[in-house]
Design a protein around this ligand. Structure first.
Ligand code: ZN
Length: 159
């Protein structure tokens, strides 16, 4: 069965910046499960998966624009220090900040006495990424999964 819209695919991935050590891998965990065609993962990776089948292993280069987007200037924001709780902050550190739009990964730029400057760009923004993929399973999605826009059961949502 080929990977296409409204099918569920479970796969292992290892992601790296080209020529560097892996940033993250699913190999020590359960495979990732996604519903194809519903924006569950970055567009470039979804495109690379299309038409593949269970058992396929392949590499895919995804340019920044099809991954987490280009870095944008002017996304620095000054945030009261109390929003970070008791954690120790240092420039370059990545933290998750609770915002009006939900949790968001940000990078600390400057730490002041009472305020902190953060960069709101996604930590992977502006980076071309290389994925090594191993397709574990492909199956039809249930009507309920398609309605919810995500996978239920193994590797997916439980609710
Ligand atoms: Zn659901």
């Amino acid at each position: 069965m080929k990977i296409e819209k409204d099918r569920v695919v479970r796969f292992h991935y290892t992601v790296s910046e080209p020529g560097q050590d892996p940033v993250e891998s699913s190999k020590e965990r359960e495979p990732l499960a996604i519903l194809v065609g519903h924006g569950n993962i970055i567009p470039g990776l979804e495109k690379a998966l299309e038409g593949r089948e269970a058992g396929d292993s392949f590499g895919a280069d995804v340019p920044a624009a099809d991954a987490y987007g280009e870095r944008r200037d002017g996304l620095t924001q000054r945030v009261p220090k109390k929003h970070f709780g008791a954690q120790r902050l240092a420039p370059g550190m990545q933290v998750v900040l609770q915002t009006n739009f939900g949790p968001r990964a940000v990078t600390i730029e400057k730490v002041g006495m009472t305020v902190v400057d953060v960069d709101l760009n996604h930590p992977m923004a502006g980076k071309d990424l290389h994925f090594d993929i191993e397709v574990v399973e492909v199956r039809e999605a249930t009507p309920e999964e398609i309605e919810h826009g995500h996978v239920h059961g193994d590797g997916g949502h439980h609710h």
